[in-house]
Write a protein that binds this ligand. Structure first.
Ligand code: ADP
Length: 407
């Protein structure tokens, strides 16, 4: 027992002298205080949180039972032991009903008294420890909650500032970039007409501008996705023609052959052809970028009538993606660490797959990847044959369709 504080209340001064000495002898480190009246005891109890209180049930003025009641109001958790006269069973029962911890009959059996008091003090100290620990825990939880709230507020604010910056920066970059591109094209044509050798510089410049344009367009798209403003123009389109076009463009740009396997019949879908071309362009350019130059890139288009969807797959013989990275591959700004790039622009922001997923899902489709490290990857997306236009989108479709894309 760590320095327990005990109060004994009794009008019998002889007992008040004898009991503390007996307790100190047997319990050692206890501090025993005494009080010869109920009123004085209450004052002490109001000031001091004792580990146990011992009261005589019979005292002039306020009797022990009333004092017990008042102690319970003041200190509901302090165990109180009552000393009763010999054979006063009724009083003892009343004391227990009134919330007494135990009763001690006169003449006092010291062993029993000390043992009971010891249990009472231990129970009290244990309870106090639990109270202190749970209070500390509650304080800690509160601090943690406040810190989390504050951090979340900061993050939301930072995220908002970042999105605003992304939106403004990318839109502001678009206009000068478009004029730069136009001017470079005109200059290149003029130099070509005059057969000037500098034409090659201009070609390189245009390619560099094209790469910056791709990045800026990705940033603009992401900022539109974040603000829910990525617009779509749905129209019927043959997926085979679209794939042929994109594959042709990618072959011309990379000077590499791409294998294309198409179904023999037209594959008409209601899609935003520009956006679907963007997805396929991204998948093919990733395959060209990450797979070795001599390796095969195969694009297949399959129309599965039974599940009513068309599936486009881009396969490469590149490094593949480690299984641990696969769950993150479609996240915004995610790039596999240390991925080796073989061809094309070295610049990438980790946005292509994020944007592709948004586009495919806005068509009611799915996009996924199967990859074996060291063997290659197969990125696929499925588009439904019949697009189920959500009611809300149907209502706003005319407005969305008339929105200029470049805005
Ligand atoms: P970016 O190519 O601009 O980095 P993406 O969102 O298109 O962004 O791709 C995210 C990441 O996924 C890439 O940085 C690369 O690590 C990995 N990845 C994508 N396609 C392939 C692929 N065909 N082979 C290997 N890794 C790929």
């Amino acid at each position: 027992m760590t320095s327990a504080r005990i109060l004994i209340v009794d009008d019998d001064t002889a007992l008040l002298q004898a009991l503390p000495m007996a307790l100190q002898l047997r319990l050692g480190s206890v501090r025993v205080e005494t009080s010869d009246s109920a009123a004085a005891a209450l004052e002490r109890i109001a000031r001091q949180d004792y580990d146990a209180i011992v009261i005589d049930i019979k005292m002039p003025g306020m009797d022990g039972l009333t004092l017990l009641l008042r102690i319970h109001e003041l200190r509901p958790n302090t165990p109180t032991l009552l000393i009763t006269g010999h054979g006063e069973h009724d009083l003892a029962v009343q004391a227990l009903r009134g919330g007494a911890y135990d009763f001690i009959q006169k003449p006092i059996d010291r062993d029993y008294f000390v043992a009971s008091l010891q249990r009472a003090v231990q129970a009290r100290q244990l309870r106090r420890q639990v109270e202190e620990q749970s209070a500390a825990l509650a304080r800690h939880a509160e601090q943690l909650e406040r810190a989390v709230e504050e951090r979340t507020r900061e993050l939301v604010q930072a995220n908002h500032v970042k999105d605003t910056f992304l939106g403004i920066a990318s839109h502001e970059l678009k206009t000068p970039l478009t004029s730069l591109k136009g001017l470079a094209q005109i200059t290149r044509r003029r130099l070509a007409e005059r057969e000037q050798p500098e034409v090659t510089f201009l070609e390189r410049m245009e390619r560099a501008i094209g790469r910056i344009e791709t990045l800026v367009n990705d940033l603009v798209d992401v900022s539109r996705i974040e603000s829910g403003k990525l617009a779509f123009r749905f129209a019927r389109c043959d997926l085979r023609t679209l794939c042929q076009q994109v594959v042709g463009e990618q072959e011309a740009a990379s000077e590499r052959a791409i294998t294309l396997a198409l179904p023999s019949v037209p594959l008409e879908l209601e899609i935003d052809s520009d956006r679907v071309s963007q997805v396929l362009t991204n998948l093919i350019s990733n395959a060209l970028k990450f797979a070795p130059p001599e390796s095969l890139v195969i694009v297949t288009v399959e129309a599965d009538a039974s599940v009513e969807e068309a599936v486009v797959t881009v396969r490469d013989e590149g490094p593949g993606i480690p299984p641990g990275q696969l769950p993150h591959i479609f996240e915004r700004f995610y790039q596999v660490p240390d991925a080796e790039i073989h061809a094309g622009s070295k610049i990438g922001l980790g946005l292509g797959l994020f944007i592709s997923r948004e586009i495919v899902e806005r068509h009611g489709g799915r996009i996924w990847v199967e990859s074996t490290p060291g063997r290659g990857s197969a990125f696929s997306f499925a588009l439904p044959h019949a697009r189920h236009v959500p009611a809300a989108e149907r209502r706003t479709r005319s407005t969305v369709q008339s929105m200029p894309r470049g805005s």
